[in-house]
Design a protein around this ligand. Structure first.
Ligand code: TYD
Length: 228
């Protein structure tokens, strides 16, 4: 009997890596193949209390700085509040694409602590999200690997956002954080944290690949998901 659980595909990467464009291209390609596919994007700034507070956090509107664990709880809360929406989507589709998921929390929050403290924080986030909050682990996570300069240009070209009028939010404005986030993603990918990973280079020879080309590589990496 076919596995009734849909394929959960998480698109991950630093800010400006091209995740939303890639997710849309993957959805278009899989839909053209007849596979019911939807995308769900985190944070859900307008749908959850956690997401709303995260908008204030990323816009620099909170009254004081938060510790990495406190920030991690807010991102996890956004997903906890979204469990009903995730379950409803999983019941409708063959493939559910996440534009950021649990690994984003691990990569960004561990990037704010010393290397020696990163593994314990990573384990704590995994336990919180997949244990206490019982969120489903992805079937495959994709690390969209885009270099810092190109990503910075792509952030500047982003459409207006609901939570801020700034060009760069609190995370995006911090170049050292963005560099560290890349290193953390590389480790998550190499360690297959939360499940299987694949690393996709978006501009291996200096020119950004077409979204359809990137989507095809990701779909090939998915292997043989059950037919629609
Ligand atoms: C989903 C998620 C995002 N983040 C960070 C990554 C980004 O810097 C930031 C916002 O996410 P992002 O997808 O970049 O949203 P937008 O395009 O609206 O700016 O939140 C985490 O730290 N943990 C998480 O769990």
């Amino acid at each position: 009997m076919a596995d009734p659980r849909p394929f959960l595909l998480a698109i991950e990467g630093a800010d400006g890596a091209g995740k939303a464009t890639t997710a849309a291209a993957v959805v278009a390609a899989l839909t053209a193949q007849g596979r019911r596919t939807e995308v769900m994007s985190f944070p859900r700034y307008r749908e959850t209390v956690g997401g709303h507070v995260l908008g204030d956090f990323l816009a620099g509107r909170l009254p004081h700085a938060l510790a990495p664990r406190e920030v991690a709880v807010l991102y996890a809360l956004d997903r906890f509040e979204s469990r009903g929406a995730i379950a409803a989507a999983m019941a409708r589709v063959d493939v559910l694409v996440f534009d950021r998921y649990i690994a984003s929390n691990i990569a960004y929050q561990t990037a704010k602590v010393a290397d020696a403290d990163a593994p314990a924080l990573a384990d704590w986030i995994v336990a919180l999200e997949t244990g206490q909050f019982a969120l489903p682990a992805p079937t495959l996570s994709v690390y969209l690997d885009t270099d810092l300069d190109r990503a910075r240009t792509m952030i500047a070209q982003k459409a207006a956002r609901s939570y801020t009028t700034r060009t760069y939010d609190e995370h995006e404005a911090d170049a050292a954080l963005q560099a560290k986030v890349r290193a953390r993603y590389a480790m998550l990918c190499d360690g297959d944290v939360l499940g299987r990973w694949t690393r996709v280079r978006t501009a291996p020879d200096g020119t950004m690949r077409a979204p359809d080309d990137i989507a095809a590589e990701i779909i090939a990496a998915m292997g043989n998901p059950p037919p629609a």
